[in-house]
Design a protein. Sequence first.
Length: 344
Amino acid sequence: MRTEIATLGEFGLIKHLTKGIELKNESSQYGVGDDAAVLSYPTGKQVLVSTDLLMEGIHFDLTYVPLKHLGYKAAVVNFSDIYAMNGTPKQITVSLAISKRFSIEDMDDFYDGLRFACEQYGVDIVGGDTTSSLTGLAISITCIGEADKDKVVYRNGAKDTDLICVSGDLGAAYMGLQLLEREKAVLKGDKDIQPDFTGKEYLLERQLKPEARKDIIEKLAAENIVPTSMMDISDGLSSELMHICTQSNVGCRVYEEHIPIDYQTAVMAEEFNMNLTTCAMNGGEDYELLFTVPIADHGKVSEMEGVKLIGHITRPELGYALITRDGQEFELKAQGWNPLEEKK
């Protein structure tokens, strides 16, 4: 069944998509249904705000991305930005520009994923907007979070001798994207053929349904560790490391042998005849946390499950370097994903 969005109109669509939303956070005083949401934050807290714009054809391809997964991912990538500041996401607003190609049922699927993500992470949907689009689907989400004033972590606090850490593993989301793009090219729109992704499920999950690392933030807090700098890995490890180093005015040494890579990622890179380290360093969309801690915290972080030590911060004149398995030193380059780059 397909119901045209025009049958509901803008306000009818918003009401339809947001019905039954219950606010869970104390700071959410009033949500959807008025000219503005009302939020109230306790004293002693900093309010964190992050926003993301996702465009069809640039950030996602609906040939292989289910709308339910897209809703989940659109929310989670915003939560990740708040966690990357050592905060906790509390509210989101969701704005959509929708073309006539989409039905009410399509938008229900998108909102199912979005609402599920919000339930999983304890975040309230408190507002947004919808309008029509002539060029497909555009999604803009603003996420509001909180953090203790003395616990907010920026990109500019890394110091010489600090340890460089990452959560999880790297390169899997990028290999998942390569896999989906290959199958799209092979099938060329033939919907009767289903590709066989057996043994590659992890790669697809990392691309289609990433998770924000709330668990790592909780582990750091439990160990009383406040990172000196932190960000999430959305555009690739090299790129993010250079952001931290530039803003902190430091250099870095990262060791190839310590970069965490999943077995499926390694198998897929070999299948595609790609350099595995390059995929892990520049792939992007992993939404893992990259952070630095003082060397005094070495014992704590080295025993922390889900965290890997990959290098250390140096003086700025030593530059940014990747040390290979055989001891060679290569200058790090930011070759991660750039949405503003001209497509060749």
